[in-house]
Design a binder for this molecule. Structure first.
Ligand code: ARG
Length: 461
């Protein structure tokens, strides 16, 4: 980045240059240069519109197109000289264009302001980011379905309050996350609709005196429509806030899964193993294999929440229309995009690297009276009011606990002592398999239902 004598495009009415500190403080080129493709794309659409409307000549347009091609090559090959003196991505590219093609470059900014230009760039950038995220979500969810199918009949303890509650299958558990990440996808797709509107034409804030054709620019850039109001177009960033809110909810889901992965992989629990390529060791303890990826994702969730709060606070109480505050929208937004994109990419892969240990899950299931509800339901089916059944089973659990056994290990006589309704068929409901198979309705954990849910999930993908 060069730092020669400031040659600000706007310096006409100024009598002294800004200090180096102010220059560094106000510049955004260090981070907004990542939008260079969007900036060029937006400028070309604008220039084509200006030529079509005879606001600039066909020759000017040809020069602008030629200049932008050169600039594209320069940036792609790392030859482009980004300058702090030129503040941001917009002025850097415009200045270079003028150096390359002369007056035509100076005509590009006709009927436009950096205020509507930057809003356009961000929307284009975010639209692409959302499309990437939607693809990654699909890959991740598809990996979850594969895992669910493979383990559709694998019993594991389902927990409430982190206490063994009732048997579920590992496949059923995975499909719960499939649903959560599906809603996340819907949120991103919905935010995309409101992102995909064209601000250009709003100019600084009030619109422009030139006979522009906004619909033409919108069509060129693939926007669904134009922003209706020029003040709103340049000033609001609610679309970015909405996107980041969707990121925050997604990361909340990721953090829940991460927490479970970490727990399940703890040798004290030992439900799963995560492939070595997602784990790291300890520099002091040779025996360690840590689920670092899941832990980091859990940690990065806080970071994305922070970006959401940054953006909300940035916009709070901002008077209309554009204010320089808005330049601070990019780093939180880009960080949310990067964090979510990397996280999803890694999780889609990691989901294929999870192997389950059915024996450990089965052992855990035999320790928490996981089929107690099944026994209560059994007695209720035989005519006992549910509250009475609940109490009878509570006493049976207490007795089993004292004996140090699980419910199916009690004898028929022992079970009968809690309710005369108990008969020999009780043992089929006390097994984990019986418990699972009996939850046989849509949304239930019966292996047959999980397999059906897997089939529906594949169709929805
Ligand atoms: N770099 C600025 C931003 O990111 C571009 C818009 C500047 N407009 C202005 N009037 N200073 O918001």
């Amino acid at each position: 980045m060069t730092s020669n004598t400031p040659q600000y495009t706007w310096a006409g009415r100024f009598s002294e240059p800004v200090s180096d500190l102010v220059k560094r403080y106000t510049a955004s080129v260090g981070f907004d240069q990542r939008m260079w493709r969007q900036d060029i794309r937006g400028s070309l659409a604008h220039a084509r519109m200006l030529a079509k409307q005879s606001i600039i000549s066909g020759d000017d347009l040809a020069h602008i197109e030629r200049g932008m091609e050169i600039i594209t090559r320069e940036i792609e090959s790392g030859q482009f000289d980004w300058s702090l003196d030129l503040e941001d991505v917009h002025l850097n590219i415009e200045k270079r264009l003028t150096a390359l093609v002369g007056d035509a470059g100076k005509r590009l900014h006709t009927g436009r302001s950096r205020n509507d230009q930057v809003a356009t760039d961000i929307r284009l950038y975010l639209r692409d980011a959302i499309d990437d995220i939607l693809l990654l979500l699909k890959a991740f969810r598809s990996a979850l379905v594969d895992l669910a199918e493979q383990e559709a009949a694998t019993p594991m303890p389902g927990f409430t309050h982190l206490q063994v509650a009732q048997p579920v299958t590992f496949g059923h558990h995975m499909l719960a996350y499939f649903e959560m990440f599906g809603r996340d996808g819907e949120r991103f797709a919905d935010a995309r609709k409101r992102t995909n509107r064209l601000p250009l034409g709003a100019a600084a804030l009030a619109g422009t005196t030139y006979p522009i054709d906004r619909a033409f620019v919108a069509a060129q850039l693939g926007f669904d429509d134009v922003c209706e109001n020029s003040l709103d177009a340049v000033s609001d960033r609610d679309f970015a806030i909405e996107f980041t809110a969707a990121c925050a909810v997604l990361m909340m889901h990721i953090s829940r899964l991460s927490e479970e992965l970490v727990m399940w992989m703890s040798p004290r629990i030992g439900f799963i193993q995560i492939a070595d390529r997602f784990c790291t060791g300890s520099s002091i303890m040779p025996q360690k294999k840590n689920p670092d990826v899941a832990e980091l994702a859990r940690g990065k969730t806080g970071r994305v929440y922070g970006q959401l709060v940054s953006l909300l606070t940035l916009m709070k109480a901002q008077p209309l229309a554009y204010n320089k505050d808005n330049q601070e929208d990019k780093e939180p937004l880009f960080d949310a995009v990067d964090t979510v994109t990397d996280t999803l990419r890694i999780f889609a892969d990691m989901a294929t690297g999870i192997s389950v240990h059915p024996a450990a899950m089965k052992a855990a299931l035999s320790q928490g009276f996981a089929t107690a509800t099944d026994l209560a339901d059994y007695l209720t089916r035989k005519g006992l009011p549910f509250r009475d059944a609940h109490e009878a089973v509570g006493l049976a659990v207490k007795a089993a606990e004292q004996k140090g056994v699980d419910l199916p290990q009690l004898s028929l006589a022992e079970l009968k002592s809690f309710s005369s309704l108990v008969e020999n068929d009780v043992f089929s409901v006390l097994t984990v398999e019986g418990s699972l198979a009996s939850r046989n309705h849509i949304g239930g954990t019966a292996p047959a239902q999980v397999k059906a849910a897997v089939a529906r999930a594949r169709q929805r993908l």
